[in-house]
Design a protein. Structure first.
Length: 256
């Protein structure tokens, strides 16, 4: 007689889900969570949440063998890493000053009521953007502490905060310029109309990207392309429609 396995062993586990949030302690960092719309002659500022939204079609494209999406991820990864290094260098300068006071132990200020921001990103690069913003939040706290105890004057503090904010914004801006066109490497190899249109709209590619030998470290696994149109090309997501309808910039322009 064949032994029957318990039903619990026959069922497959469900999909994994996680909850992630970040704590924001300064108004300066909070402004870079949400960004700013273009208004009254002021340019738009892409915040963390917009950065994560712009990454969605890029991530989807890279997973379906779009070399332009892969190239975009390579540049985003590079710029995020460079931005974190730049913030770390700024923070090292500030920390050195805070530690330079004889017989003084200066604790970096903390918010009495920090704000919790839930993160529901689909790409590891969006989370890397959150790490960058968290670094900026720490920098702001340290600079404002230094100003409070008389280590930095107003101009020095404001100049340092502006520089840190520019580093973060510049990294978030790298997600601009991509448009999901449903193209793949096979289109490039065969010289299809899709590939020609993508090259015209998004610029040329390094050969290593076309060959697939150059991909970002956290790039998604390439999966078979489904015949079903991607949800990124459907009309059920108004926010994404707005992003996809924007005039794309050639990706190669971001390397300048």
């Amino acid at each position: 007689m064949t032994e029957r396995k318990p039903t619990s062993l026959l069922r497959q586990p469900g999909a994994l889900r996680s909850q992630t949030s970040m704590e924001i302690q300064t108004r300066q960092a909070q402004r870079l969570v949400y960004g700013r719309r273009a208004d009254a002659g002021k340019p738009a500022i892409f915040g963390l949440l917009r950065f994560g939204t712009m990454l969605r079609p890029i991530w989807e494209g890279a997973a379906t063998d779009d070399p332009w999406a892969d190239w975009c991820l390579v540049q985003i990864e590079r710029d995020l890493l460079e931005a974190r290094e730049a913030l770390e260098a700024l923070m090292a300068q500030i920390q050195k000053r805070l530690n330079s006071l004889p017989a003084m132990d200066v604790a970096v200020a903390q918010s009495v009521e920090p704000v919790k921001v839930d993160l529901t990103f689909t790409s590891p690069y969006a989370f890397m953007g959150a790490y960058l913003l968290a670094d900026y939040d720490v920098l702001v706290r340290a600079v404002l502490t230094g100003r409070h105890v008389g280590l930095f004057d107003r101009d020095t503090a404001e100049r340092t905060l502006r520089e840190g904010g520019r580093i973060v914004r510049r990294a978030f801006n790298t997600a601009q310029g991509y448009k999901y066109l449903g193209v793949c490497r096979e289109d490039v190899r065969q010289g299809t109309q899709k590939a020609a249109r993508a090259a015209e709209m998004l610029g040329s590619l390094p050969q290593a990207v076309v060959d697939g030998t150059l991909r970002a470290a956290h790039a998604p696994d390439i999966r078979p392309v489904s015949n079903k149109p991607s949800s990124l090309l459907e009309d059920d997501d108004a926010a994404m429609d707005e992003l996809l309808d924007e005039e794309p910039l050639p990706l190669e322009s971001k390397t300048a």
